[in-house]
Design a binder for this molecule. Structure first.
Ligand code: GAL
Ligand code: ZN
Length: 685
């Protein structure tokens, strides 16, 4: 990580390279509680606290008048008990005095209605007024705390894009969008060509004629929508940069991060926003229905955001307040989620929140303390983890989760599928979720580690034996060429249905998979989008064995060099290829024309992985995850029983339990939701 390791007031509590703590709102509580709060945080083993990200109204109660007293005292109290502070810049919640004086900062929706104040995220990132006030508050904070050794870093704003705020449709944004298009295309003619505006007679003569995609009678041009989404990202990227420039200058020794949202968030292209940060963080909430594999994939996604370890800035403690159903965490679940995060590369974990709030919108949200300030079950579990961490931290230092399989991911491809899902049941990111989770779940069940990386020509794939493209809808010639080089050089590529359908501008380059057709040796003759009750199945005809059901999306493939790997079993295209494989150069390219689940990818991987020399670190029973972090002091193996019942695990090489010091070898039982963290000097790869 890119920031200095500070000396600590309580040296015995230092976890080298590991930060553990909570999100705290001292402004919600009378000061008389703070000391006791800090003491209990210390007792839980915490060494870091995030504060301030929603405290603008308390820091600057009226324009230009700052009240630092309370914040100074909060930081000091925490520090006395061994806690360093991550300060949030408070720009996600502009205070009422600012909105009253400058209502023009409010964002506008696609119906051109103002989105009003009273909750949060009520600002337009392009508003010059809001940018000016942002500059002032961030400068004031940075001047006060930028050289303060009690503050280790900054979180900019809070969850960019949350509550559907990734795009604003105000007049300022309209003007900015036109400038942005002019920079991108140079002339209206070039834009007309790229967008294909001749369709439905939308040929623009000048920039001023180009609307934002305001609510319209029928569908907007998908290329127009795609660029508007890119512009949204660029707006927030610039807005964030404004804050970063101030902090880099005035707080040079402190890190800068941002807290991203759980899967399936895709409001903005988070790769672009992550680029100038020291490391990314994300908020690990488990919306109802999230599986352990989906959470694992989200960890891998955020690890891959900068191909380095990350933090969990908000770790759910028990129930949330915002899901359709809000089950409490079962005993052991805090440990399960925390250790899973650490296993996947988290170097910092902060719980949300310290205490269940008794005021405001999140009254129903869980905290480590209850409404009566009593420690909850969650606190007790957090405290136990806090006792284990100092023993583990030296082994985590400098360690990362290795992988030989990469999945390439691209926000614009997901947007493109959102814009034209072409099947009701595949709307709302469902195509991507299926395309990702089919192979991911099969890999996860085999404990084969994965990195999820940006699908960009500059991404280095040389370390990976297998690369998967899950519904990578937009593939331009340059990326196609790089993937071709990867396969020629000995890599194995699996592209799934809907990959390469369009280029980066959203044009169809030819029969899919477009620019990848030659590499994959196959063309999609027809794509069949079916209602859920009309199913089919496919049967492997080469390599793996078995027949598996498929639904919703079926591509009838026409090999142009590849050989059939699987064929359809029903309907008029029975016997026609559903998946193909082709040896290319020193490598191999596979195309899978269905949105298949793990039933399909399981047998496929059991056939393919041994040929590629990819081994699982450990075979475990269903629902038991084994994940390894490797560092200078050896390997740490995390065994996570996600089941509500015990499971037996066989460990071929001896290991030492970090927490208990016990030796482990042979067969052992893991209790329901139990986790073991083991040190292995040598052994499983
Ligand atoms: C996050 C947000 C927090 C809090 C939390 C509740 O999205 O960053 O401020 O609202 O959700 O689960
Ligand atoms: Zn705007």
């Amino acid at each position: 990580m890119n920031h200095p390791q500070y000396a600590h007031p309580n040296p015995e509590r230092v976890f080298p390279m590991f930060y553990y703590g909570c999100d705290y709102y001292p402004e919600h509580r009378p000061e008389s509680f703070w000391e006791e709060d800090a003491r209990r945080m210390q007792e839980a083993g915490f060494n870091v606290v995030r504060i301030g990200e929603f405290a603008w109204a308390r820091i600057e109660p009226t324009e230009g008048r700052y009240d630092w007293g309370w914040l100074d005292r909060a930081i000091e109290t925490l520090y006395r008990y061994g806690m360093r502070v991550v300060l949030g810049t408070p720009t996600a919640a502009p205070p009422p005095w600012l909105v009253a004086a400058h209502p023009e900062i409010l964002p506008v929706d696609m119906y051109r209605r103002v989105r009003h104040a009273g909750s949060r995220r009520h600002y337009c990132p392009n508003s010059p007024t809001y940018q000016e006030y942002t500059r002032r508050i961030v400068t004031a904070l940075a001047e006060r705390y930028g050289a303060d050794e009690r503050v280790i870093g900054w979180q900019i704003d809070n969850e960019f894009g949350c509550h559907d705020t990734g795009r604003c449709y105000c007049d300022v944004c309209a003007a900015r969008f036109r400038e942005w298009l002019r920079e991108r295309y140079g002339t209206p003619e070039a834009l007309n060509e790229a967008w294909g505006t001749v369709f439905w007679s939308a040929v623009y003569r000048s920039w001023d004629e180009i609307p934002l995609p305001w609510a319209a009678p029928a569908e907007h041009n998908p290329a127009h929508l795609l660029d508007f989404l890119r512009f949204g990202t660029d707006s927030f990227r610039r807005y964030q940069q404004l804050q970063i420039d101030i902090l880099r200058e005035r707080a040079p020794g402190q890190f800068i991060t941002h807290n991203y949202m759980p899967f399936p968030s895709r409001e903005l292209d988070f790769y672009d926003l992550a680029a100038p940060l020291d490391f990314v963080s994300w908020d690990n909430y488990h919306f109802y229905g999230a599986t352990p594999a989906l959470v694992a994939a989200t960890h891998d996604l955020y690890w891959g955001m900068k191909a380095r370890n990350y933090w969990v800035m908000e770790q759910q403690v028990s129930q949330v307040n915002w899901a359709p159903y809000n089950p409490v965490f079962r005993p052991g679940e805090v440990g399960l989620k925390v250790w899973q995060a650490v296993a996947h590369g988290a170097d910092g974990i902060l719980y949300f929140a310290w205490r269940s709030t008794t005021r405001g919108a999140e009254i129903y949200h869980s905290g480590l303390l209850d409404y009566d300030n009593r420690p909850t079950r969650g606190y007790e579990e957090a405290r136990q983890i806090g006792q284990a961490l100092p023993r583990l931290a030296p082994y985590l230092e400098g360690s990362t989760p290795p992988a030989e399989v990469a999945i390439l991911h691209d926000y614009a491809s997901r947007w493109s599928l959102d814009i034209q899902p072409h099947n009701r049941d595949l709307a709302d990111d469902e195509t991507f979720r299926r395309a990702l989770m089919g192979p991911y779940e099969a890999l996860w069940a085999r404990n084969v580690p994965v990195h999820i990386l940006r699908a960009a020509p500059e991404t280095d794939l040389s370390a990976y034996k297998l690369v998967i493209l899950p519904a990578l809808n937009l593939v331009g010639p340059e990326l196609a060429r790089r993937l071709g080089d990867y396969v020629q050089g000995g890599g194995t590529l699996i592209a799934t249905a809907r990959t390469g359908f369009k280029d980066e501008s959203g044009r169809v380059p030819g029969q899919p998979p477009g620019y990848l057709a030659e590499l994959l040796g196959v063309k999609v003759a027809e794509f069949d989008s079916l209602p859920p009750d009309r199913r089919n199945s496919v049967r492997f005809v080469y390599g793996p064995i078995g027949s598996v059901p498929v639904s919703l999306w079926m591509e009838v493939l026409q090999p142009t060099g590849a050989r059939p790997l699987a064929v359809y079993e029903g309907d008029f295209y029975a016997g026609k290829p559903a998946a193909t494989v082709l040896a290319q150069g020193r490598g191999r390219a596979l195309y899978v024309g269905v949105l298949a689940g793990a039933e399909f990818y399981g047998p496929l991987l059991d056939w393919l992985l041994p040929q590629l020399g990819i081994h699982s670190p450990l075979a475990t029973p269903e629902g038991v995850e084994a994940k390894v972090r490797v560092g200078p002091r050896g390997r740490v193996l995390f065994l996570l029983n996600h089941n509500d019942r015990p499971a037996r695990v066989f460990l071929p090489t001896p290991a030492t339990d970090v927490v208990t010091g016990e030796r482990w070898a042979g067969e052992r039982e893991l209790g329901a939701r139990e986790v073991r963290v083991l040190l292995i000097a040598t052994g499983p790869q």
